[in-house]
Write a protein that binds this ligand. Structure first.
Ligand SMILES: Cc1cc2nc3c(=O)[nH]c(=O)nc-3n(C[C@H](O)[C@H](O)[C@H](O)COP(=O)(O)OP(=O)(O)OC[C@H]3O[C@@H](n4cnc5c(N)ncnc54)[C@H](O)[C@@H]3O)c2cc1C
Length: 315
């Protein structure tokens, strides 16, 4: 039977019977790079995939919304309370990295900087382009994280090109293995929006000299320092680049919006597609500034910018 009142729902959540931890009223600001958000009604740190399957089934049976949270670097939570379950994979239970002959099996909760540290220790190259991208591998694969390479060719490097297989739970909590032919990666997107990514198999990079790997990592990090606003909390780029020859950042800048501020959210003066939290920013201010920028850019350039950031709303 559907549980409608909050007290009984809390009792029911606590009796799902998982091995992980359930926290009531966790402050979501602590878990996002933007430092915006209210509380999660239920914040769950699962121990394993079985825990997550139980939570999914509970959520389905009781029509409770749930959200997967990785490193929180591309997500905006509502201000007051998220009336659902946040399943946090950025925890110490989802951190294994297993080196195989040709592949590397990596848990979804491994953070990108942890992965790069491991890569350096094992002298494996090829994923240096991920340097400086905050968040977890699960989030990176879900969003097909990537950057331009720093060569004349200006090629695009994306994690999706290295994914061989992904272990996921589907909407019914069923464990599935999806291999390359089942997977689709586009610009900042994948066909994994209806799954919880548990583990990823990446093709192993070439054995390389450690100084070569370090140099490449530093090149990517230095480029970020030069071009991105890394001193204030943000979620990286707010809007996807439109498919024309100008980036969202260029269009916002051409509209004269660098520094535009609503409440404590401002368009970065360094990178116009970054919105920064000046201290006490709210989701309401963030969304208002997004809409203001969308309307102004549309008015000036006839282009409607689509969000890259994932916006979580209460139903
Ligand atoms: C300073 C800065 C610079 C950045 N630079 C870049 C860049 O160069 N390139 C780039 O691509 N991105 C960049 N980003 C954005 C962000 O870091 C990436 O998109 C990152 O991959 C998001 O991972 P996350 O774990 O933080 O995801 P979260 O923010 O936690 O989640 C984002 C979305 O993915 C889903 N998700 C997360 N984990 C899982 C999982 N295991 N299974 C299923 N769904 C999941 C969430 O439900 C949510 O919908 C930047 C962000 C910042 C703050």
């Amino acid at each position: 039977m559907l549980i409608k009142d909050s007290v009984n729902l809390t009792k029911a959540v606590k009796s799902i019977g998982i091995k992980g931890r359930i926290i009531e009223g966790e402050d979501l600001k602590k878990h996002t790079t933007l430092k915006i958000g209210g509380e999660a009604k239920y914040f769950i740190v699962p121990f394993d995939g079985e825990d997550i399957a139980k939570i999914i089934n509970f959520a389905n049976d009781n029509q409770v919304p749930y959200v997967i949270l990785g490193g929180g670097s591309k997500i905006l939570f509502p201000d007051l309370i998220f009336k659902g379950i946040v399943i946090n994979l950025n925890n110490h239970f989802f951190k294994k990295i297993i080196l195989d002959k040709e592949y590397v099996k990596i848990d979804a909760g491994v953070k990108i900087n942890e992965l790069l540290g491991w890569m350096l220790r094992n002298r494996l190259g090829d994923w240096e382009f991920l340097a400086g991208i905050p968040g977890t591998l699960g989030g990176a694969v879900r969003l097909n994280a990537g950057v331009r390479d720093l060569t004349e060719a200006n090629n695009y490097l994306q994690i999706g090109d290295f994914v061989k297989e992904v272990t996921v739970l589907d909407k019914n909590g069923k464990l599935l293995r999806l291999d390359k032919k089942d997977l689709k990666f586009d610009y900042r997107e994948s066909n994994l929006s209806n799954f919880v990514i548990l583990q990823v198999i990446l093709t192993k990079g070439e054995k390389k000299d450690i100084s070569h790997i370090k140099k490449r990592i530093n090149n990517f990090l230095n480029y970020r320092k030069k071009t991105q606003d890394l001193k204030s909390p943000s979620a990286g780029c707010v809007f996807k680049n439109p498919g024309n020859n100008k980036s969202s950042g260029e269009l916002i800048e051409l509209s004269g919006l660098k520094g535009k501020r609503i409440g404590d959210v401002a368009v970065s003066k360094k990178h116009a597609n970054f919105f920064i939290n000046l201290g006490k920013a709210t989701a309401k201010d963030f969304l208002t500034l997004m809409e203001y920028v969308q309307r102004k850019v549309n008015y000036d350039h006839g282009v409607w910018l689509n969000p890259e950031i994932h916006i979580i709303r209460n139903l």
